[in-house]
Design a protein. Structure first.
Length: 555
């Protein structure tokens, strides 16, 4: 019997509420008022071993009484970032942190700002440069020899790359990496499982301007863009992406003894990497495979924490929590952050509450929902049916499929990852499937819960990294994405497609709706970065999706 269904985890009883305090830890920690002023030194030069020179700016604490540099020694915080503005928009160190007892440096990696060389896009080369920056920072005037890195998005990636490459007993003692993750840059941020995203389409043309007009940035992204659209190595999850914050770096970071606070958002373009990164860190601490789900009752370390709220890329972050994290690991303050048994902090959209967890996923048994030919979603399998989906604009005939459940009386908690399984055939050698899961309120208002995308030629699964529940149900399909394996036309094939991880509370009386596009209902909230539909030039026209049939069960 051919089936088309979605796996959703029921986990309402597995979750404990997050204490509603201003700052985590329950120790009464507060940022406090400014204790120092700030003096910024610009045009500081940091030589690398290969002749490249990095540009930096450094903010030193000053005495509020005299205005001169403070006589104490301080830890050093580094934002390693390619971004630079001009005039009033010039990027400067965060003096908020300087005023509270830190030397703060803003350093541009090679190929950005006034730094020389060619941009390396958070690769091992950037990590090795970061190691040199750590050594430089630990020897600054008034430094006490302890260093932390922080940043959101690209700077967060550079913090992770540096933490992976510094080695043991480094002056680098802690990092904070926001709006970023490990092992998912190709599969979610720059492409969505091989399908180019808005980031892929728009970032490269603007990179030079956002990175201070540096020609090294322009060269890197021109080469990258050309290779990607020609079907070269960056077009697949191969050598290029496996050297850019891969999941395996989690082991190196743990072995180097560096605590990591990750900070993400459900509407970000990096939540997959953030969640996988948290699991990898905790598994590395426990000596377990980093690409497997955590186990029930697994011991967790407070040194690796993740906060995910219901916000978009680079949003929602609180510099006060940055400060608390650094005060904990660089100044030894008793904030309570080292005592938590639940280092995973998730905002539950829909029910609008925070939850604290230890292991991920939150449950080890998944619930199956089936899609029927009457455009329904139900808990019971139904007789076999068939629906037609044509590749093209959703508003055209057969351009979308929509399935809806009955009202769910008691509501439920959805705790991703989620999996969509379908049996389908294509009229040619490829197919493209985009899916969104919606919350439909009694008044017809729709809210996007999560989404997913799949390209048929890149649907082969990595069985090692694919997650299953304790009964063997596929919970998080993980495609290899390393090469195209084209389909046989008009042959039915099983496809397993991941929907992005989410924590979501469906309220009583609401419905679930699954669709490739959604035009039936009214207002939509929580829309995320849309997936673009360009044809990748390295594939011929005959290899692109035109139409196909999806088979599902109904009774």
């Amino acid at each position: 019997m051919k089936k088309f269904f979605i796996l959703i985890a029921f986990c309402a009883q597995a979750i404990a509420g997050l204490a509603q305090t201003k700052y985590p830890g329950d120790k009464g920690w507060q940022p406090g008022p400014p204790a120092f002023g700030a003096e910024i030194e610009k045009d500081v030069r940091i030589p690398m071993e290969d002749g490249v020179v990095l540009d930096a700016k450094v903010a030193y604490p000053t005495s509020l009484a005299t205005g001169k540099r403070a006589e104490e020694t301080f830890p050093v915080l580094v934002e390693f970032t390619p971004y630079e503005g001009e005039g009033a928009a010039e990027r400067l160190p965060y003096t908020y942190l300087t005023q509270r007892g830190y030397i703060v440096a803003l350093v541009h990696p090679r190929g950005s700002g006034k730094s020389t060389g060619v941009l390396q896009q958070f690769s091992s080369r950037d990590g090795l440069d970061g190691k040199a920056v750590v050594d430089w920072a630990s020897k600054l005037d008034s430094s006490n020899g302890k260093v932390g890195f922080y940043g959101a998005s690209y700077p967060g990636a550079l913090a992770l790359a540096t933490a992976a490459k510094v080695g043991k007993s480094s002056p680098l003692k802690v990092i904070m990496a926001g709006a970023i993750g490990l092992g998912a840059q190709y599969r979610q941020a720059w492409t969505n499982n091989g399908l180019p995203t808005v980031l892929m389409m728009g970032y490269a043309p603007r990179a030079k301007a956002s990175m201070g007009g540096n020609e090294g940035a322009e060269k890197h992204f021109a080469d990258f863009d050309k290779a990607f659209w020609a079907g070269g190595d960056p077009a697949y999850d191969g050598t290029f992406w496996q050297d850019r914050i891969p999941l395996r770096w989690s082991r190196d970071i743990v072995e180097n003894g560096i605590p990591v606070l990750q900070w993400g958002g459900w509407q970000d373009l990096n939540e997959t990497g953030a969640v996988r990164g948290y699991v990898a860190f905790q598994n590395a601490v426990s000596g377990r495979p980093i690409d497997k789900p955590m186990q029930r009752g697994q011991k967790v370390s407070p040194r690796y924490q993740l906060i995910i709220g219901d916000w978009g890329h680079g949003l929602g972050m609180d510099i006060g929590v940055y400060l608390e994290w650094f005060d904990t690991w660089l100044k030894g303050k008793d904030t309570g952050l080292t005592n938590t048994a639940t280092p995973l902090h998730l905002y539950e959209a829909g029910s609008e509450r925070w939850v604290n967890l230890a292991a991920y996923p939150a449950v080890d048994t998944y619930t199956t929902w089936y899609l029927g030919s009457n455009e329904s979603i139900a808990r019971r399998m139904q007789d076999t049916g068939e629906s037609r989906l044509r590749w093209g604009k959703p508003e055209e005939k057969d351009g979308k499929l929509t399935f809806e459940s009955a009202a769910i009386t008691n509501g439920m908690t959805i705790a991703g990852p989620l999996s969509l399984q379908l049996y389908a055939k294509s009229s040619n050698t490829n197919m493209e499937i985009l899916a969104r899961l919606y919350d439909v309120a009694p008044d017809g208002t729709t809210t996007v819960i999560t989404k997913g995308a799949m390209l048929g030629s890149l649907s082969k699964l990595d069985r090692q990294a694919t997650w299953t529940d304790k009964n063997g149900k596929m919970a998080w399909p993980w495609p290899t994405l390393d090469k195209d394996v084209y389909l046989m036309p008009n042959e039915v094939q099983r496809f397993d497609m991941a929907l992005e991880p989410i924590q979501y509370g469906l309220r009583p009386g609401h419905k679930l709706c699954l669709g490739t596009e959604h035009a039936k209902f009214g207002r939509q909230k929580r829309e995320r970065f849309p997936i673009s539909r360009p044809r990748r030039p390295h594939r011929s026209a005959k290899e692109h999706p035109t139409r196909g049939y999806i088979y599902h069960s109904f009774r």
